[in-house]
Design a protein around this ligand. Structure first.
Ligand SMILES: C[S@@+](CC[C@H](N)C(=O)[O-])C[C@H]1O[C@@H](n2cnc3c(N)ncnc32)[C@H](O)[C@@H]1O
Length: 193
C-alpha cells in the first residue's frame, strides 16, 4: 500500500517503531522516502538505530510517548503516510482516539494511515466469532472472560474494531478494515484531499 501511494521523497511516520523491523522493510520499498520513528522505549530506539543505520539521514528517531501526541516534536517534513504496527493497543481508548486525531492532522491531504493491531470482540458476539475462528485456531478461547484475559495480558488494551474505525473517522479520515484475521486487523485511513 505504501509503495503504491506516491510517497516519493516525502516522509512516513512510524508510531511505535520498536526495533525498526517494519521500518526497514518500508525504507527498502520506498527508496526516496524519509522516515520519522517514535517510541517511548530508549532500548527499542537503540535497536532501531542500529538496524536502520544503513539508511543514514533518511531516518529520524525520537523518544516520545504516544499517549501525549501534542508534545511530539515533529520534524518539519512532508508526511505522506503514517503507520503503527502492534502499538495502539498499549494506549487507553481516549489516548488511541487522540493519537488518531494527531496523526490525521499532521499528514498531508491524500495521506495514508495504516494500523495493524489487535482487536477485541464484543461480548454479545463473542460465541459467533469463536465458532468461526475455532475452525482455524484450535486455541481459540472458550469463554469471553478467557478472550479478554488473553487480550489484556501485560496491561494491553485492544479496542473493538468498530471503535477504532470510529476514532479514525472522527479524526477526519476515510477509514475501513481491509483485512481481519482472528483478533488482528489491518485498518486503513485516507485523509481527504
Ligand atoms: C509490540 S511492539 C511493536 C514494534 C514495531 N511496531 C513492530 O511491529 O515490530 C510495540 C512498541 O510500542 C512501543 N510503545 C508502547 N506504548 C507506547 C507509547 N505510549 N508511546 C510510544 N511508544 C510506545 C513499545 O515500546 C514497543 O516498541
Amino acid at each position: 500500500m505504501l509503495a503504491a501511494s506516491e510517497i516519493g521523497d516525502g516522509a512516513v511516520l512510524d508510531l511505535g517503531i520498536g526495533s525498526g523491523l517494519v521500518a526497514e522493510a518500508v525504507l527498502q520499498a520506498l527508496p526516496d522516502a524519509q522516515l520519522f520513528g517514535i517510541d517511548f522505549s530508549n532500548a527499542m530506539l537503540d535497536l532501531a538505530r542500529e538496524r536502520l543505520s544503513p539508511f543514514g539521514s533518511r531516518v529520524l528517531l525520537r523518544s516520545h510517548d504516544l499517549s501525549d501526541p501534542d508534545a511530539i516534536d515533529l520534524p518539519p517534513l512532508r508526511y505522506k503516510a503514517a503507520f503503527s504496527i502492534q502499538t495502539m493497543h498499549h494506549l487507553s481508548d481516549t489516548e488511541k482516539a487522540a493519537a488518531f486525531a494527531w496523526t490525521a492532522a499532521v499528514i498531508d491531504p491524500g495521506g495514508l494511515v495504516v494500523v495493524i493491531d489487535r482487536v477485541k470482540v464484543d461480548q454479545p458476539l463473542f460465541q459467533d466469532w469463536a465458532v468461526v475462528w475455532r475452525g482455524v485456531d484450535s486455541k481459540t478461547p472458550r469463554t469471553y472472560a478467557n478472550h479478554v484475559e488473553e487480550l489484556t495480558q501485560a496491561g494491553d488494551r485492544p479496542a473493538l474494531l468498530q471503535d477504532q474505525l470510529a476514532w479514525m473517522t472522527a479524526a477526519g479520515l476515510d477509514a475501513c478494515c481491509l483485512h481481519l484475521y482472528g483478533n488482528r486487523a489491518v485498518l486503513v485511513g485516507r485523509k481527504p484531499r
